[in-house]
Write a protein that binds this ligand. Structure first.
Ligand SMILES: [Zn+2]
Length: 389
């Protein structure tokens, strides 16, 4: 009887609770409870180049531990990104430098952040109210054409790799370079098979359309686009066409929406196009510390010019709407690219603003279950399928 009564009370109380909660309040509550995946940030660069202390809330940059908690992003993917002009062993050396920078952060704040290398790790660490850090490698050039290097990255806790970055490498074409291999070479296909075998997620952000379709042909596991948006809304080669979105859905994969203003809004895209044509610079030929110095100067110059674009938070919500319409609610996630984008949308300037995006989605009629999927459920499904529990 008591159970019956309690059940009745719950039934009566539930609708009152739902209507009493304003979207902003509901958004903050939901965002605090979701797993909170964001499948791409470039924050390790700030640690490596600027010695940023992520344990403290900063007025600089877009991500630190306090703002991750505030934004309800509990599972950030930290990219170990190395520019493509680092060739062969230089790219491997630089990857190790960044892995080391990440380790310093993990060692300094063990009570706040922990490395996650499985789905269960993620659930346990988030359950303990800590940040579950996932490591990724951004650019297939970083394996120096050697599958042993790829396997060692996996053993260092790297769970995912984008097949290319801005330039082609020796085995895959990039979306922002002239085609050289007609997609993936035979070795490139071997890389995809090896990633499937060792439990590493194939990330198709940055690759050319042909490389994308080649990768889907070869992979036996779901893939992700860790930080890409919709080409139907902003026509840049880094974004996904509707046909690619449908193919990704068929594969069981997920696309994490990139918050770069230029990837969300056509007006910002036009500005980016002008800038990228100017930037087709010569590649440096130095090595070691001299190369790191060159990269640091380039990074600082880019970092200093970050601005707010024409895009707004609503453009990010529009992109989510579009992916849901074309690919379905099970194939969309978040891939902010924070600390790696030159332009941010108004209202989504840093990771602490994530509850505002959730509030916008609630206003558009998304349910709490939908939001749980977008904010992590979908990506966890892929991680379970590829990396394992
Ligand atoms: Zn990127």
């Amino acid at each position: 009887m008591r159970t019956l009564l309690a059940g009745l009370c719950l039934l009566l109380a539930a609708p009152v609770f739902v209507f009493a909660e304003q979207p902003d309040e509901a958004a903050r509550r939901i965002q605090a409870q979701v797993l909170g995946f964001d499948t791409h940030n470039d924050t390790v660069q700030r640690v490596a180049y600027l010695n940023a202390d992520l344990g403290k809330r900063s007025s600089d940059g877009m991500i630190d531990l306090p703002r991750l908690r505030e934004g309800g992003i509990h599972v950030p993917f930290f990219a170990l990104w190395v520019p493509t002009y680092y060739k062969g062993s230089e790219a491997v050396r630089r990857t190790l430098d960044l892995r080391d920078a990440m380790q310093r952060l993990l060692d300094k704040y063990p009570d706040q952040i922990e490395l996650a290398t499985s789905a269960r790790d993620i659930e346990r660490i988030v359950g303990q109210k800590k940040i579950a850090a996932v490591l990724t490698v951004e650019g297939g050039h970083q394996i120096a054409d050697d599958l042993a290097v790829l396997r060692m990255y996996r053993r260092m806790g790297v769970l995912s790799m984008t097949l290319t970055h801005f330039r082609n490498n020796n085995w895959a074409d990039s979306s922002t370079d002239k085609p050289a291999h007609n997609g993936l070479t035979d070795f490139g296909k071997q890389v995809v098979r090896e990633m499937n075998a060792i439990g590493m997620i194939v990330d198709i952000s940055h690759v050319s359309d042909k490389t994308f379709y080649d990768a889907l042909e070869v992979t036996t596991k779901p893939v992700i686009a860790s930080h890409s948006s919709c080409r139907a809304l902003s026509d840049v080669p880094r974004n996904m066409t509707d046909d690619m979105l449908r193919a990704l859905a068929k594969n069981g994969g997920v696309v994490g929406v990139n918050f770069s203003a230029a990837f969300l809004n056509q007006q910002d895209a036009e500005n980016l196009k002008k800038k990228t044509t100017q930037e087709n610079a010569l590649e440096p030929t130095m090595t070691g510390a001299a190369l790191d110095d060159y990269a640091k100067k380039e990074y600082l110059a880019d970092y200093a010019t970050t601005h707010i674009g024409h895009a707004t938070l609503d453009d990010a919500a529009n992109c989510i709407d579009h992916i849901v319409k074309v690919a379905g609610i099970d194939h969309v996630g978040i891939g902010s690219d924070f600390d790696g984008i030159p332009d941010v949308p108004k209202g989504l300037e840093d990771v602490s603003k994530m509850p505002d995006l959730t509030a916008a989605l609630l206003k558009r009629g998304y349910t709490e279950v939908d939001i749980q999927k977008i904010m992590g459920g979908n990506m966890l499904r892929v991680l379970e399928a590829v990396v394992g529990e």
